[in-house]
Design a protein around this ligand. Sequence first.
Ligand code: AVJ
Length: 320
Amino acid sequence: MQDTKTAPVVSTEFEKEVYSGLTDFPKHLSSKYFYDKKGDKLFQDIMAMPTYYLTDCEYEILETNKKEITELFTGFGSFDLIELGAGDGKKTKILLKEFSDKKIDFTYVPIDISDNALNQLHNSIEKELPKINIQPVQGTYFNALKKINNRKNRKIILFLGSNIGNLEHDQAVDFMTNIQKLMQPNDLLFMGFDQKKNPQTILDAYNDQEGVTAAFNKNVLARINTELNANFDLDQFLHWEVYNPETGSAKSYLVSKIEQTVRVDRLDLTVNFNQWETIHTEISQKYDDKIITWLAEQSGLKMMTEYKSQEYGYKNCVFK
Ligand code: AVJ
């Protein structure tokens, strides 16, 4: 008799990645799946916490240097301001407001994986800065890059918040190389890099006492539960952060507190966890000048200028 058991229909990117991540050893899940409606809100809460210094640093840099940045961006007339991973656009609004006040001719093209975040951003810009021409695009960085490719205007590409830190160095080089290939001679890339610093400061930023970061990390499991019909017990996993001051990589894990079995119905998958087995969920890379120079060199980008925060180590670099 024929085996009538049908193979699970593994179709979406999310399903494929969850399947491969949970059947791999050691297990892993991608941090890009933190960001659904609940995850967006949790990340906003993280950005509002004093321990998460990155947001304050970049805010300060943009506020302090907005005049000079405006001059740098507007030297060649009208442009598209393309923001990769725009989120709630809170920091970008400093620049948007400045451009709007100065009646600068540009189109804001925020790109984000989260539809929800983009809609909120769109609404808030229409309300707060109604004169701005905005064209949001939903998608992953990879799809976003393809979409940028269609645009003929001069491009200023923003990649803020040290979002680059979610990529391993080789992925970061690939990504920056792809951006470089899309850039015309007058285009600019404006990027935020969180720098190496006192390891304790970094651990505190990713390990808040209120447990917001823990909830953010566990949100990937919550999403798998609702979207893929699974039964992860979030209380049976521990949020764990490690920082290696030598390599500069901060890594987040979910650690299984007990031996347990989890069922992911949508994938027809049973996942076994040994006690203290890990799921690696996120890398938040910290940089030193040597690594930034190396990344730029590898990607064929030339550093034009940089802006540093006063207190904590954080900088924005401008490449062409
Ligand atoms: C949005 C990727 C820059 O890695 O610092 C915050 C996300 N993760 N707390 C980061 C995050 C845990 C954040 N990025």
